[in-house]
Ligand binder design. Structure first.
Ligand SMILES: Nc1ncnc2c1ncn2[C@@H]1O[C@H](COP(=O)(O)OP(=O)(O)OP(=O)(O)O)[C@@H](O)[C@H]1O
Length: 733
């Protein structure tokens, strides 16, 4: 349409140009042919008429084109856009409404983990879709704004075009008016011949004006053409924009369709989920209902039972109420009764306590008396047996004794008297009588049984001394220490002390301590100390009690057999590490185990202390007489000295001499406590049974008999006693 309008405009211009040419030709002809003035005028009029018609038709064409242009494509596009916008808006509104609806729908709480996860996913997707919708809305509003702007611009252009066309129409109107006026003037001139020249002149003048008007029109046409070209350009741009808008709208639609499908899917999932939840809920309700029904039934049954119980209990309740009332009456008088009862019970209890106390006192008194009696009996027994007792033990023949005549047995026993021992010495039988003789068949326990009365007296506060005397290899260590499988007096004594102490634990609190020492060449050493080679001294207690003590001598508290074993082991290790030839050394030294038992009577606080000395003496064989020299002679001299001193002490004690020479040797000095006063002494004379040892056996038994003979008849015994000097001792052997 625009093109056609432009073409019409150009035609119009061409026509105008042609008209101008014709007008010019007319003017020329008017000027040249005055005569043909009328004809020319008519021709001119016709031409003007034609021109006018053409102008009118052109104007009509322009207005038609304008109306067509205004009412067709642009408006249609605008309307289409408006409709499209409206539709999109409606879709958006519907979409929002659906969203609102989905949001407003209550979501039942989901128990399953999968459901909650899917719901969360759906919620995320929904929020994402909402965001996208908001973005699309923004884009749509921008697009609307743009379309609005373009529509405004188009309206403006149309308005300008309208103004131009109106101006053009006015101009044409004016020109046609002038042409008409000119025609009229020409006609009047024709009617008035004389002033024709003047009229022609006027027409000429008027024609130049018309020319000017035409040129202005042309200029305007030119301007309008430019504007039309511009409008075309604008239209083209707008068409492109419209096209892109269409594309965008199509994209948005596709997106919206996609969102809608997603929404539909989410909606479907939600519905399914809700349906399954609804089913779960219904199922749970049904189950709960069924359970409730069962429970209700049980409750009803219980209720019926309770009702029957109530009916049966009512008479019992009545009886109980009566009883209760009776009891209430009794309770009112109860405090008084209770007070009286308490008073009498208290009196009874007090009396009973007094009786028990007096009984206890009586028992305690009796117990103490019994204790004293026991001690007295024991003392009497020991006195009757003698404070110093001598027993002999003959060891069995061993491999070490060898074979042949030298290893034959030289010792025999009296089948009717266990205190007699016979020795065949150099073909002559010699008999000895001691307190007891143990044959090689006697066990460790047999020997221990003989000495255990002495050991228990230690608990009652007596000092006890047990010696093992005899030549080397006669069995002293075996009797005192024994073997791990078959322990001797030492370990059995401690075990006995433990068991006795435990028996008395309810009344007495006892502690047992152990020390171990060795005397070698008149040097005293601590076998349980950290430095066993250190020489120890025996000193008087500084408290003036006359008691002796050894500063630095280690004392171990023992509480069990395990402790004793540890102590023995430690003592043995100390002895072994000190000397390379232990057997040799042990034969030449005195080993002492000193056990102290301290007791406290829990009821009276009475304290007792008893000491048990278990001594494994050095070998008593007469090495000095066999011409030994050097260290062996020195050892022999020391041994003989200490054994002589022991004999002297025992003799002095038996004869009740005022002075007892304890200090003559380390051994007797150390054992002073256990040899003097009420102390009890037992000597075990160890005897080798074989022929080759009969000389030593003879001397050992002679010594033992002399010691024992001292004890038998106080008068005569005392008379027989004399001082056993070291030399004399040697002479005896
Ligand atoms: N009654 C016994 N029964 C069995 N074996 C014994 C008995 N007496 C001693 N013996 C054994 O005789 C050997 C010598 O005994 P033991 O070492 O006790 O003598 P000893 O007098 O202590 O010697 P030493 O003076 O050298 O210490 C040991 O092998 C020992 O086991």
């Amino acid at each position: 349409m625009v093109h056609r309008m432009v073409e019409a405009m150009s035609q119009l211009q061409e026509e105008k140009a042609r008209l101008q040419e014709e007008l010019a030709a007319l003017q020329e002809r008017l000027a040249l042919r005055d005569s043909d003035q009328q004809a020319t005028s008519t021709q001119l009029q016709n031409q003007v008429e034609n021109l006018k018609e053409k102008l009118i038709s052109q104007a009509q064409e322009v207005s038609r084109l304008r109306s067509e242009l205004g009412g067709t494509d642009l408006e249609k596009h605008r309307d289409l856009l408006m409709v499209e916008n409206e539709r999109l808006r409606q879709e958006m509104r519907r979409f929002e409404a659906e969203l609102q609806e989905l949001r407003a729908k209550p979501v039942a709480p989901c128990t399953g983990c999968e459901h909650s996860q899917e719901s969360a996913q759906l919620r995320d997707k929904l929020s994402q879709l909402q965001l996208e919708v908001v973005e699309n809305k923004g884009m749509l509003s921008e697009l609307n704004l743009e379309v609005q702007q373009k529509t405004d611009r188009l309206a403006e252009v149309e308005l300008r075009l309208k103004d131009c066309l109106a101006e053009k129409a006015q101009e044409e109107e004016r020109l046609s008016r002038r042409l008409r006026d000119s025609h009229e003037t020409i006609a009047s001139l024709r009617a008035q011949s004389p002033p024709i020249k003047y009229v022609i002149k006027t027409v000429e003048v008027e024609s130049s004006k018309t020319k000017q008007a035409l040129s202005e029109s042309q200029a305007r046409n030119q301007h309008l053409q430019e504007q039309v070209a511009m409008q075309r350009q604008v239209l083209k741009e707008m068409e492109q924009q419209l096209q892109s808008s269409h594309q965008l709208t199509a994209q948005l639609r596709a997106q919206i369709a996609m969102y809608e499908s997603e929404l539909e899917r989410a909606h479907g999932q939600m519905l399914e989920e809700m349906q399954s939840l609804e089913e779960d809920k219904n199922r749970a309700i049904e189950e709960a209902f069924a359970r409730a029904q069962v429970e209700m039934k049980a409750v009803h049954e219980n209720l019926a039972g309770v009702r029957t119980n109530l009916l049966t209990l009512q008479p019992a309740l009545r009886t109980l109420t009566n009883d209760y009332n009776g009891l209430k009456r009794q309770v009112r008088g109860f405090p008084l009764l209770l007070q009286e009862a308490l008073k009498s019970v208290k009196a009874e209890i007090g009396q009973a306590i007094e009786e028990v106390n007096s009984n206890n006192q009586e028992l305690l008194r009796k117990y103490r008396r019994e204790l004293q009696l026991r001690k007295k009996c024991h003392n009497e027994l020991v006195r009757l047996k003698g404070n110093i007792r001598v027993i002999a033990r003959v060891r069995p023949v061993t491999k070490e004794d060898g074979e042949g005549p030298e290893a034959t047995n030289a010792v025999t026993f009296d089948a009717d008297d266990d205190s007699i021992i016979h020795l065949l010495h150099k073909g002559k039988p010699v008999s000895f009588e001691l307190d007891k003789v143990f044959s090689p068949r006697a066990s460790q326990q047999d020997v221990f049984q003989e000495v255990q009365a002495l050991i228990t007296s230690c608990i009652d506060g007596f000092n006890v001394c047990i010696f093992a005397y005899g030549q080397t290899g006669a069995g002293k260590t075996y009797t005192m220490e024994g073997t791990p499988e078959n322990p001797g007096i030492n370990q059995r004594a401690l075990q006995l002390l433990f068991s006795e102490v435990q028996e008395k634990a309810s009344d007495w609190d006892y502690t047992i301590t152990v020390s171990a020492a060795e005397i070698y060449n008149e040097v005293l050493r601590d076998l349980l100390g950290q430095e066993p080679q250190e020489k120890l001294e025996i000193r008087l207690c500084p408290d003036g009690s006359g008691q002796l003590y050894v500063p630095g001598l280690t004392e171990f508290r023992v509480q069990s057999v395990e402790d004793i074993n540890k102590v023995f082991e430690f003592g043995h290790t100390n002895r072994t590490t000190e000397f390379t030839n232990l057997n040799e050394h042990s034969s030449r030294s005195h080993a002492l185990l000193i056990v102290t038992v301290r007791g406290v009577d829990c009821s009276t606080g009475l304290r007792t202390t008893g000491k048990l000395n278990l001594v494994d003496l050095a070998g008593s064989e007469r090495v000095g007489k066999s011409g030994a020299e050097g260290s062996r002679l020195r050892e022999a001299q020391h041994i003989n000295k200490s054994l002589s001193a022991l004999g002297d002490v025992i003799a002095a004690l038996r004869s009740r001499q005022g002075h007892v020479p304890f200090r003559n040797s380390k051994l007797t000095y150390l054992l002073q406590d256990s040899l003097s006063g009420d102390s009890k002494t037992l000597m075990v004379v160890q005897v080798s049974p074989v022929e080759k040892n009969t000389s030593e056996t003879l001397y050992s038994l002679k010594f033992a008999e002399r010691v024992r003979s001292v004890e038998l008849g106080p008068g005569s015994r005392r008379a027989e006693l004399g001082s056993w000097s070291s030399q004399e001792h040697l002479e005896v052997w």
